[in-house]
Ligand binder design. Sequence first.
Ligand code: ATR
Length: 266
Amino acid sequence: MKKWYAVLGNPIHHSISPKMHDLWFQQNAIDASYIPIFVERDKLQETVVSLALLGCSGFNVTVPFKEEIIAYLDELDASAALAGAVNTVVRRDGKWVGYNTDGLGLLANIPNLSHDSRVLLVGAGGAARGIVAALSQKGIKDVTITNRTSEKASRLAQEFEVNEMNLSEVSAIFSTFDVVIQTTSVGMDSLETPLSNPNWTSSMLAVDIIYSPPETVFLKQARQQGATTMNGLSMLIGQGALAFELWTGIQPDQQEIRKTIFRHEG
Ligand code: ATR
């Protein structure tokens, strides 16, 4: 029987997930489809119950439901329990099992990431939490969190037993980091960057979770100073690829969809 999958969100019209998963189903000759579902803010539980009744095999969850969804699932994978949020749900033996592929999908696409990598995270909100959780799951311990509001960074750092540093102190040791991940929304609709006077070197990698615009000021400064850069498409496609693998057991090709999105965006 034809399988079907969905993404639940509010809003949902801009999601590229249907395009991405439909392409991967096609490329792998899987008879399945993937539909976006707009969910009213107070109708998440009813929607999840309906999806089970209608034979849905799995779904993604996006803003604003990634935390609330947990209450309506039967089991949580470690990735979701650690992150405190779910973006992927699998129907298994009549149960809804929640995962979080956001952080792990991003890390999977960072080249040369190893147990010894020194990682700086800028920001301490929900996105940062997902990435710190994934770093912890991968056994990457040399992690520092910096944030405009340092109390939030301290709380997150304490919870995951990593370091915290004031933004003003970070400048002095900035170039000792191998990877710097920008997790805030700064730069999405402004020409701002959360870092003042970063000192990039050519051995460093700058990662921004923002993909629109494709190059934020944070990434532009990094590129101009010789660092390697990676925008948020890697996270968007990486989380989708891991979700696809959870549903089908197949690791999809990420190149074709990258080209398709670029055409779409540009
Ligand atoms: P998300 O779930 O997308 O991570 P969030 O939980 O609201 O969103 O967190 C937003 C992050 O962006 C926070 O780290 C926030 O810093 P504060 O904790 O100081 O609020 C950061 N952020 C938002 N606007 C910012 C700005 N103009 N400059 C620096 N950091 C900013």
